[in-house]
Design a protein around this ligand. Sequence first.
Ligand code: 5GP
Length: 367
Amino acid sequence: MPRIDNDIKLDFKDVLVRPKRSTLKSRSENRVSYATASSSTTSYTVDLMRSYNFRNSKQEYTGIPVMAANMDTVGTFEMAKTLGSFCVFTCIHKHYSIEAWKEFAVKNPDVLKYVAASTGTGKADLEKLKQIIEAVPGIKYICVDVANGYSEHFVQFVRDVRKEFPTHTIMAGNVVTGEMVEELILSGADIIKVGIGPGSVCTTRKKTGVGYPQLSAVIECADAAHGLGGHIISDGGCTCPGDVAKAFGAGADYVMLGGMLAGHTESGGEMIEQNGKKFKLFYGMSSATAMKKHAGGVAEYRASEGKTVQIEYRGDVEMTIQDVLGGIRSTCTYVGAGKLKELSRRTTFIRVTQQLNEVYAANTKEH
Ligand code: 5GP
């Protein structure tokens, strides 16, 4: 007989963060600008930098723990250059050549500490990963990514990667439940990617009926990971800066973004002009577009298909990332968290039936 879990599981849209009394300055005061002789610098009273010590690699990370997804259209070298200047991380997609990696590393040595090399779990994937890391020893992070992180083959692959690279920090996923988070951490992964089905160009829930509401997945998986000294990434489902803040509030150590960073100058994907308007193509890693592009190589990547969408060209990603970081800083001020580190401790979620007033949705420009 099928079992029904009657516990209520929630998505970002089901909650808001309750404001809390605090001694922190107000939102308008949370930015202090000052000019130096040669440049103008902005310092913020809310600190988004975090430092983590990784359980298995024994390495340390310091930076703002927001990440660009390892998708063709988002995890590009151009994205890494811009995001790196904000101390924000990029998981580089797995389709760059070794030559391209070498060139990037030579030209951008300072950005390397904010990037991961991605891999699938095939034999050829592991070979290529070895070659990339041999060619670019400055890479410190490996992102092992499969649609379904529940297979024994995947766990074994993570063990093999750990054996091969004892001091690299390994990200692995995707999963959505505590027991699998624990198994992956005990198999050598440091940071577990959490999210099945919430992505903006993902059709897993539609095609398979499988998934887990993202906010609850993050709360439960963070608890499991932190109990073992591991870390998690909330991957997918963020549609606005408020969702990113909710993911951190729920206990995510990192938040990974696809759609929110798509459609920019730095994003991959073809630019299309239609009726005088510019659009960029954004597609899931198992969409027909991705499969055609990487003929043969990606067919097994995602168990179910992803979509292809055209999004209006959004200019440089700098504006968007500032918007995201500004949003998180404001969330912190509303709950009295002087640092991102304190946000989850100070978060109380309230369940809601509506979160946004959409009356002017059609007339609103993004920024
Ligand atoms: P977003 O931020 O756009 O909501 O979600 C990004 C995440 O969606 C990625 O990091 C990845 O985990 C997931 N994703 C990307 N492409 C596909 C796909 O083709 N199918 C599925 N099921 N998930 C995808």
